[in-house]
Design a binder for this molecule. Structure first.
Ligand SMILES: NC(=O)c1ccc[n+]([C@@H]2O[C@H](COP(=O)([O-])OP(=O)(O)OC[C@H]3O[C@@H](n4cnc5c(N)ncnc54)[C@H](OP(=O)(O)O)[C@@H]3O)[C@@H](O)[C@H]2O)c1
Length: 390
């Protein structure tokens, strides 16, 4: 019988790539539910092609607009509860968690608690609520497979049955970063960066929020936090390495001096196909890697002056408690303001830093506490964004 899959965030960049891989293997995979927020046209077209049982939108208005455009037998739902329902539904085997930002937390958590195989693109779930999320995965008993290309690469370089770094003889993890579009841009021109320039990533085609995070390297900071939770390592065992070609997706260094790497073209369909079929392998549609055409692989250390967000994220994970949740919330508010032309590019890091400086941390022992921290940090970030507005 085909595996039934819910794709959370189907209308986004990861969602579209996921459906592309699924469509290549109709005998293995069938779509159970598709979700999106506002892109009704994309959801209408996807529902006609993949014939899911449910489509979920973010609002009543979007659901009403979509209703006449879905095939017969497909139900249209909307809102947070419906997202959690299609993520945890008894008939579902696998959930692709690809909603962007904090909005992904509750449905991803619902899938974890229900014991689904969770394909995790929504790194924010781990950044905001790492401890609670990992506990939910353990209690649910499902498998957790990383979709971020770097974490998927690390997963592939770790031994089967990996429990922790010491047990596996891991010395440290090398987390690859492209350096984004501004790796060599003169620092004194950073204030004039526009949203379109920040979203023009040299190697990856992604949603706008993660593209800005790649330009500030906050994305790598969030990924550092994600790696700590996924692989049970201390932040000091994760070294960020800039690798502009985005061919070596990450590496694992072992205590005997061996370093294992995973390579491939920069196309998210590879980690998606890997996670979907794990522990088997299936075709993804990605072209084979031509190393002669790549010709060279460069590595360099990130410049802390150019990428202050990286240190902010590293400090937040070292401080623990709800610092990472505050970091994530402040960054989401600042990035939204930047994309809306209300904040300069360099002010993103300043807003996040100001929020973290004001933050009095606590240990979030429930999801309600995480959500409270998220709301509080958003309010603070809003105030700072207005004070630093263009
Ligand atoms: N893109 C990549 O290559 C990549 C790589 C690694 C990890 N990731 C991670 O994957 C996640 C998705 O990234 P993306 O680039 O695919 O983002 P994206 O293209 O912006 O897509 C985001 C998806 O989330 C939906 N969404 C947005 N706000 C929502 C809300 N409030 N409630 C419910 N759904 C909502 C969007 O719906 P509408 O579009 O219909 O509004 C869309 O389906 C992020 O966590 C990102 O960090 C992405």
């Amino acid at each position: 019988m085909a595996e039934l899959i819910t794709v959370l965030g189907a209308s986004g960049s990861i969602g579209v790539s996921t459906l592309d891989v699924i469509a290549r293997h109709p005998e293995r995979y069938q779509v159970f539910a598709l979700t999106g927020n506002s892109r009704v046209d994309v959801l209408a077209e996807q529902s006609q092609r993949h014939r899911p049982r449910y489509v979920v939108t973010g609002s009543r208005q979007a659901a009403a607009a979509l209703e006449p455009r879905v095939p017969a037998g497909c139900r249209v739902l909307w809102g947070e509860e419906a997202l959690a329902e299609v993520a945890a539904h008894a008939d579902v085997d696998t959930v692709m968690a690809a909603i962007v930002g904090a909005a992904g937390l509750l449905p991803t958590l619902a899938a974890a608690r229900a014991g689904k195989k969770v394909l995790l693109a929504n790194k924010e779930s781990l950044v905001m609520a790492g401890d609670l999320f990992m506990a939910a995965m353990r209690e649910g008993g499902g498998a957790l497979l990383p979709i971020d290309s770097e974490h998927n690469a690390i997963f592939q370089c770790l031994p089967t049955g990996y429990r922790d770094a010491a047990d596996a003889g891991v010395s440290h993890i090398l987390l690859s970063a492209s350096g984004g579009p501004f790796r060599t841009r003169p620092l004194d021109s950073f204030d004039s960066v526009t949203p379109d320039q920040a979203c023009a990533h040299p190697n990856w085609a992604m949603g706008r929020k993660i593209s800005v995070d790649s330009a500030t390297m906050m994305n790598k900071g969030l990924e550092l936090i994600e790696a700590c939770w996924l692989f049970g390592v201390e932040p000091d065992r994760v070294q960020v390495v800039i690798h502009p070609q985005s061919v070596v997706h990450s590496l694992v260094a072992y205590v005997d001096g061996s370093v294992l790497a995973q390579l491939g073209n920069p196309d998210m369909r590879t980690p998606i196909a890997h996670a979907l079929a794990w522990p088997e392998r299936i075709a993804s549609g990605v072209a084979p890697l031509d190393l002669m055409a790549v010709a060279r692989l460069d590595f360099e250390a990130p410049d802390p002056q150019r990428f202050p967000c990286l240190a902010l994220a590293a400090d937040a994970v070292r401080s623990g408690g709800d610092y990472p949740a505050a970091l994530n919330a402040a960054n989401e508010v600042a990035v939204a303001a930047f994309l809306d032309h209300r904040l300069s590019f360099t002010a993103i890091a300043k807003v996040v830093e100001a929020v973290l400086n004001d933050w009095s941390a606590s240990e979030p022992c429930s999801i309600a506490a995480v959500q409270h921290a998220d709301r509080t940090a958003r309010q603070l970030a809003q105030t700072y964004s207005e004070a630093m507005a263009l």
